[in-house]
Design a protein around this ligand. Structure first.
Ligand SMILES: Cc1ncc(COP(=O)(O)O)c(C=O)c1O
Length: 401
């Protein structure tokens, strides 16, 4: 594309309601681990749609599923069953501890469903209990109820009055959680790794303790696996690495591998919606369900998760070498949801320089970088990305002298 048409593409940005600061780039195509901008410059992508593109950009299996399903049936309405919806629901239930699924279009909407289900369950089974304990610095979405559930400090003053009934306590603090429980409490909801907060894993004892508290007080345990689900942390679902029997799990992001689909997956013992309580025009549409099923079949294939874990280990080793060389801090996270403390360097500044150098990264905090590559990552891309990052850090180190 010529420079003048490049300018034209970006001029059209004025037609969008500004909701975030975007760099002066317009991505035109993607292939596997790479994105290409309006000038056809390639970038190694370790953001991947924000931990969404499970198999990378435009994988063949997703293309084929889209073509096949779009020729067959796009939307018969949510009032009818369709075959991909049934197949995907079965796949999710048969590969987890859960029994039933409600499909949505976004993670926030899945969490909204979980909040509604918990409240309904409280009405029916717990004398109208409705309060949900959530955690400081958590992130559950941008609908009004999920922003109210979210523990991100910047959300606190926004869009008041919020939806009431969320008690926020410090993460990984079992004693504080226990003291927050009262007669009106119906559920505890958490991310097993707080992603937006900077990739902070829940401690094993904390989660086991929450599970015990839920059993003791007859509360629902809700795990928000929108970011951690579908292989991201090295197991199909993150809860499988903990001693816990959650009643509700929400999924999004990686479930669609890049297309908008999310889900609330539940233990049938807590299934209590009456007809009309929950629904939505696009929920469970065959087009998205067919693509999601194609993604899930890949993730469930023999050897897929083993390779995720192998490459995760290699990635962590390379990050710790980098940390030694440049005085960075510890690596944290699991599977391919990783972060590193940037020591004296500014995370956002590294992100900007890395982008210029052809590497897309995210800094969830001033002092951290987050890595959320496609799960098909290999040692080759790790080496390439680490070399780019090392070059950026070398420049910063020199400029600080
Ligand atoms: C843990 C978690 N829950 C919920 C959401 C919201 O998902 P969506 O943006 O699809 O509404 C996110 C998005 O980042 C998330 O990380």
């Amino acid at each position: 594309m010529t420079n003048s048409s490049t300018t034209n593409v970006l001029q059209k940005q004025n037609y969008l309601i500004p909701i975030t600061k975007r760099p002066e780039l317009c991505f035109m195509r993607g292939a596997g681990h790479y994105l290409f901008d309006q000038n056809d410059k390639g970038y190694l992508d370790w953001i991947q749609g924000w931990a969404v593109n499970t198999l990378g950009h435009s994988p063949e299996v997703m293309q084929q599923a889209l073509i096949k399903q779009s020729a067959q049936l796009i939307n018969p309405s949510p009032a009818f069953y369709n075959q991909p919806m049934l197949e995907l629901a079965e796949l999710l239930c048969e590969n987890s501890r859960f029994d039933q699924v409600f499909f949505t279009n976004s993670g926030a909407e899945a969490n909204e469903g979980a909040i509604k289900l918990a409240r309904k369950w409280g009405q029916k089974n717990k004398g109208g209990a409705f309060k949900i304990i959530t955690f400081q610095y958590s992130f559950h979405g941008r609908t009004l109820a999920t922003m109210s559930a979210t523990g991100k400090e910047a959300f606190a003053p926004l869009f008041e009055p919020k939806v009431s009934g969320f008690t926020k306590v410090p993460y990984n603090d079992l004693a504080a959680t226990e003291s927050a429980i009262d007669d009106q409490t119906v559920a505890i909801m958490l991310e097993l790794i707080q992603g937006e907060a900077g990739v902070i894993p829940a401690d094993a004892e904390f989660v086991a303790g929450l599970d015990a508290l839920c059993k003791q007080h007859n509360l629902l345990l809700i795990v928000d696996e929108v970011q951690t689900g579908i292989g991201r942390t090295g197991s199909l679902f993150a809860y499988q690495q903990y001693q816990a029997e959650p009643h509700i799990m929400t999924l999004g992001k990686g479930l669609g591998g890049g297309v908008p689909i999310a889900a609330m997956v539940i233990d049938k013992a807590v299934s209590c919606f009456d007809y009309g309580d929950q629904g939505g025009t696009y929920n469970g549409n065959p087009l998205m369900c067919a693509v999601s099923a194609a993604v899930l079949h890949e993730v469930l294939a023999e050897g897929f998760m083993a390779q995720v874990n192998r490459v995760s280990e290699y990635f962590c080793q390379q990050l710790s070498e980098l940390a030694k060389e440049f005085g960075l801090g510890a690596t944290r996270g699991k599977g391919l949801l990783l972060a590193i403390n940037t020591g004296n360097y500014s995370g956002p500044q590294i992100v900007e320089l890395a982008r210029d150098a052809g590497l897309l990264l995210n800094a969830p905090r001033e002092d951290s970088l987050r890595f959320m590559p496609a799960l098909t990552l290999t040692e080759k891309e790790v080496d390439e990305g680490i070399a780019l990052l090392a070059a950026v850090l070398t420049t910063l180190k020199k400029s600080a002298l």
